[in-house]
Design a protein around this ligand. Structure first.
Ligand SMILES: [Ca+2]
Ligand SMILES: [Ca+2]
Ligand SMILES: [Ca+2]
Length: 183
């Protein structure tokens, strides 16, 4: 993915800058014009590290819970309109964050409408780690293909039901994968 490549490049730049600063501190390097673009890049990154108004930052990502309710599709469309997508829960830390962030049932970016029981995230990845409630997913009445966050766990739910939704987006600053960027 382009974004990943971009992150890797920025991480390499960040390391170069750190090395440069270290060398400068040691007095072993004089100012070189070659490094100025990197320093500008780092300065710009630091200046803008906040999520847009109304979004909450966790780790390197911005999150939003809707005030409106609607179907899974409506929720997803709204997230896309906001430059985001429904949340993809990648790990336990993110699941714990969502549990503290969302205080009522909401759509997440999980769906099994193509093949029953084969859960996919909206970014196209297959679900591997999961946080289902006991006895879920149960595809109740043969009509539950959309993932719902509910009370710190997940449930499969009819996609046409009306719920709030949780959007996730990469932040507006450029470096999205630098160690130490958390919170
Ligand atoms: Ca995520
Ligand atoms: Ca299903
Ligand atoms: Ca269910």
């Amino acid at each position: 993915m382009e974004i990943t490549k971009h992150c890797v490049q920025l991480e390499l730049n960040r390391r170069k800058i750190n090395q440069l600063l270290l060398n400068q501190r040691r007095g072993s390097l004089t100012q070189s014009s070659n490094h100025r673009p990197l320093q500008r890049d780092l300065a710009a990154t630091k200046r803008t590290k906040t999520c847009p108004t109304g979004w909450t930052k966790f780790s390197c990502t911005c999150y939003f819970v809707s005030t409106k309710s609607g179907s899974w599709d409506e929720g997803r469309k709204d997230c896309i309109t906001r430059g985001a997508d429904l949340v993809v829960i990648n790990d336990k830390e993110e699941q714990d964050f969502i549990s503290s962030f969302a205080n009522e049932a909401a759509w997440i970016g999980l769906i099994d409408n193509e093949t029953e029981g084969s859960w996919k995230w909206v970014d196209g990845t297959s679900m591997t780690l999961s946080f289902w409630r006991d006895n879920q997913p149960d595809n109740w009445n043969g009509d539950e293909d959309c993932g719902q966050y509910i009370n710190k766990q997940w449930n499969d739910h009819p996609c046409a039901a009306s719920l709030k939704w949780i959007c996730e987006k990469l932040p507006p600053w450029t470096c999205c994968c630098c160690p130490g960027d958390g919170q």
